[in-house]
Design a protein around this ligand. Structure first.
Ligand SMILES: Nc1ncnc2c1ncn2[C@@H]1O[C@H](COP(=O)(O)OP(=O)(O)OP(=O)(O)O)[C@@H](O)[C@H]1O
Ligand SMILES: [Mg+2]
Length: 234
C-alpha cells in the first residue's frame, strides 16, 4: 500500500509532557487504532498528525497526498509557512471528533458540505453517495440537535470524508455510544476511509474491539519511571 504519512524521530508535547515518536507510517487504505492509558498522549499525537500543533523536533515529517507533490512539513514549520500548513489541513485531512463536532446552526447537508465550501468546491454527487452509504439521506435537511447520537456520528463521518482526504483522524469516536453502535461506527469509518483511499487513525480505549475489526494496533507507552513522557516505538 502506498504511504500517506510518514514521521521519524519526532518529539512533541505540552509544557511538562513529552511525546517521542520513533517512527510512524500510515498507508493509504489502512486502518490503525491508537491506544494507551488515559494521559498517555493519544490526543496530543492526533493533534500533531493533524498539523494542529508543531513538533519541538523532527527528523522527518512527510505527507504524500494522492494528487499533489509530497509535502515536507518539517521544512514548512521551520520556514514558518503557516498558510501552507493550514491549506494542507483543509485539503488533505478529515477529522471526526468524539461528540461529532457538528455546527448546530447548519443543517446536515451544510455540515457535510463544509469542508468542500472551505476549499471552494462542490460535489453534489459525492454528498448524495455518502449519505446513501451512511444511511442519512433522509436527514439532510434536519438540524443536528434533532438527531440521535448515532445519526450525528454518521453525519460527522460523512463530513470527514466528503472532500476525499488522504488522512482521516478520529479521537475516540465511539466513547459516547453504546457497544453495538461502537462496532457500527468503527466499521463504517474503516470501510468509508478505505473506499476513499485514505489512511485512518483512530484513538480508542478499546483496542480489542478495533483488533477484531481488522485495525492494526499502535500503543503509546508511558515512561515506566513515572516521568511525564510517552513513547511510540518504531
Ligand atoms: N492543554 C494542555 N496543557 C498542558 N498539558 C496538557 C494539555 N493537554 C494535555 N496535557 C497533558 O499531556 C499529556 C497527554 O494528554 P493527552 O490528552 O494527549 O492524553 P490522552 O492519551 O489523549 O488521554 P485520554 O485517554 O484521557 O483522552 C497528559 O499528561 C496531560 O496532562
Ligand atoms: Mg484524549
Amino acid at each position: 500500500m502506498p504511504v500517506a504519512l510518514s514521521l521519524e524521530g519526532v518529539r512533541a508535547g505540552h509544557r511538562g509532557f513529552v511525546l517521542e515518536i520513533a517512527a510512524l507510517t500510515l498507508h493509504r487504505g489502512e486502518a490503525v487504532a491508537l491506544h494507551g492509558p488515559s494521559g498517555a498522549g493519544k490526543s496530543t499525537l492526533l493533534d500533531l498528525l493533524a498539523l494542529a500543533r508543531a513538533p519541538e523536533a523532527a527528523h522527518s515529517f512527510m505527507l504524500m497526498p494522492r494528487e499533489a507533490a509530497p509535502l515536507d512539513l518539517r521544512a514548512l514549520w521551520a520556514a514558518g509557512e503557516d498558510g501552507a500548513i493550514t491549506d494542507a489541513r483543509a485539503r488533505h485531512y478529515g477529522y471526526v471528533l468524539q461528540q461529532g463536532g457538528l455546527l448546530p446552526f447548519l443543517d446536515v447537508r451544510a455540515n457535510i458540505e463544509m469542508p468542500l465550501a472551505l476549499l471552494g468546491r462542490s460535489a453534489v454527487g459525492r454528498v448524495r453517495a455518502l449519505a446513501v452509504r451512511l444511511e442519512i439521506k433522509d436527514l439532510l435537511h434536519r438540524m443536528p440537535a434533532t438527531l440521535s447520537v448515532g445519526q450525528r456520528q454518521r453525519v460527522a463521518i460523512a463530513r470527514a470524508l466528503v472532500h476525499m482526504p488522504d488522512i482521516v483522524l478520529a479521537d475516540e469516536p465511539t466513547a459516547s455510544v453504546h457497544p453495538g453502535m461502537a462496532d457500527t461506527v468503527m466499521a463504517l469509518l474503516r470501510e468509508e476511509a478505505s473506499a476513499a483511499g485514505a489512511a485512518l487513525l483512530l484513538a480508542t480505549h478499546d483496542p480489542e474491539r478495533a483488533a477484531r475489526q481488522g485495525f492494526r494496533l499502535l500503543q503509546l507507552i508511558p515512561d515506566p519511571g513515572g516521568a511525564a513522557r510517552s513513547v511510540l516505538p518504531a
